[in-house]
Design a protein around this ligand. Structure first.
Ligand code: CP3
Length: 379
């Protein structure tokens, strides 16, 4: 049976882009479903943001989290890289700490540092004081997504959320940390408080995901950025069940789910096993090796080394072509970075990568385009 007949849109609103057909046949969604579209889809983690002068201009005088909660701003910032680079998806401009803030946590994003909390969450008493997220608080998110989707047309929007462990890495520490040691201690020193904290985080972040999907996102990515600091045993026993709980908030909606973290070579099979469709791979492990570790049947996303974005073009070009070639080991591939765009990246380089990916003969684009007789619906 062709993957294209995959039923999508169960329980989604009738005017959702996956249901009314706007995005269901897009390169991104086809690749996420395990199909190989004629042209390789590409987008970049952190494509919206500081690498773009138009972003820096728009952000003058507005704090990061205020920008995320202003639907006109979040929508415009999401659209900027889509217009500029011609990428195959937008990713909603927001932050993993937004649902925490909307649930009443006193958190701010300090420029150059990251999320900082007024008071860290370290004991059962701290956890017990956390409040659930009132669904009405998500209205600015739903409105930002709806505005963006109305502008994007046939280009899918990816919704996202932080996974419970990565959120806990900030909540327990009270801010960014190198090794997330306090969180890794708490899961063993007070398992009851840990379970309660991750349950709360899973439900808050799951509600954030669900709001984005119902408002029109065609796929979601769960970022467990810092999970690579864990052993497989700790991941499976003390983290994976809560990540599964987070995505259970969208499991009735039949949308592709991508799971990504940094330094996850050892964790890939366990991260897949929580019930996701696509694995995002960081740049520490080649895609053919990642595919083998996953048993060969999992669509992959990744994994251009962000450090090479600043290398001479011939060096970067050879690397991108190698990533594309190794991606052929998986049933399907969405080209991306191994982690986010560094702020100092020359945006023209990102555009050039998109052009290379879209025209690359090594992927089979040229031959397949000939077969499609130049029909843009097949391009
Ligand atoms: O990918 C995109 O284009 C969508 C936007 C997006 C942002 N944050 C915007 C942002 C996404 C997907 C995130 C997720 C996020 N936030 C993650 C997971 C992804 C990853 O990179 O691993 C994490 C760990 C965070 C927490 C966070 N927020 C950090 C570490 C920082 C950087 C702090 C700094 O100034 O260096 C932020 C702030 C943030 N989130 C910025 C942007 C554009 C920079 C804020 C600014 O412009 O001043």
């Amino acid at each position: 049976m062709s993957k294209l007949t995959h039923t999508c849109g169960v329980n989604l609103p009738a005017d959702h882009p996956l249901v009314d057909g706007r995005t269901s046949d897009s390169r991104l969604i086809r690749a996420y479903r395990g199909d190989r579209p004629p042209v390789l889809p590409v987008w970049f983690m952190r494509q919206a943001g500081r690498s773009l002068p138009e972003y820096r201009e728009l952000r003058v005088g507005t704090k990061m989290l205020d920008a995320c909660l202003d639907p006109a701003l979040s929508s415009e910032i999401t659209l900027q890289p889509v217009r500029r680079h011609g990428v195959d998806a937008g990713i909603f401009f927001s932050d993993i700490v937004i649902p925490l803030k909307l649930a009443g946590v006193d958190v701010d994003i300090v420029p150059g540092r990251g999320p900082v909390l007024a008071a860290p969450i370290r004991t059962m008493t701290d956890v017990a004081a956390l409040r659930p997220l009132d669904p009405d608080a998500l209205a600015p998110i739903a409105e930002g997504v709806a505005r963006t989707v109305a502008e994007l047309g046939q280009t899918p929007l990816i919704g996202f959320a932080g996974a419970p462990f990565t959120l806990a890495a900030y909540l327990v520490e009270g801010g960014p940390s190198k090794d997330h040691l306090r969180a890794r201690t708490l899961m063993h020193s007070d398992p009851a408080a840990w379970d309660a904290l991750l349950t709360w985080a899973a439900d808050v972040t799951g509600a954030f995901l669900r709001a984005q999907v119902l408002a029109g996102a065609s796929a979601v990515q769960l970022f467990d950025s810092w999970v690579g600091s864990l052993s497989v045993a700790d991941y499976e026993a003390r983290v994976a069940p809560f990540s599964a709980r987070a995505i259970s908030h969208v499991s009735d909606l039949d949308i592709p789910i991508v799971h990504f973290g940094v330094g996850t070579g050892e964790l890939l099979p366990s991260m897949k096993a929580i019930g996701v469709d696509v694995m995002g791979v960081d740049d520490r492990i080649p895609l053919d090796e990642a595919s083998e570790r996953l048993g060969g049947g999992v669509p992959l996303q990744g994994n251009i080394n962000p450090a090479l974005l600043a290398a001479p073009w011939p060096v970067l070009e050879a690397h991108v072509l190698d990533v594309i070639e190794r991606g052929r080991a998986a049933p399907s591939h969405v080209l991306n970075l191994g982690h986010g765009v560094p702020p100092e990246t020359d945006p023209d380089i990102l555009t050039r990568i998109v052009q290379l990916a879209h025209g690359d003969a090594a992927y089979g684009n040229a031959a397949q385009r000939d077969r499609a007789h130049g029909d843009p619906a097949h391009a």
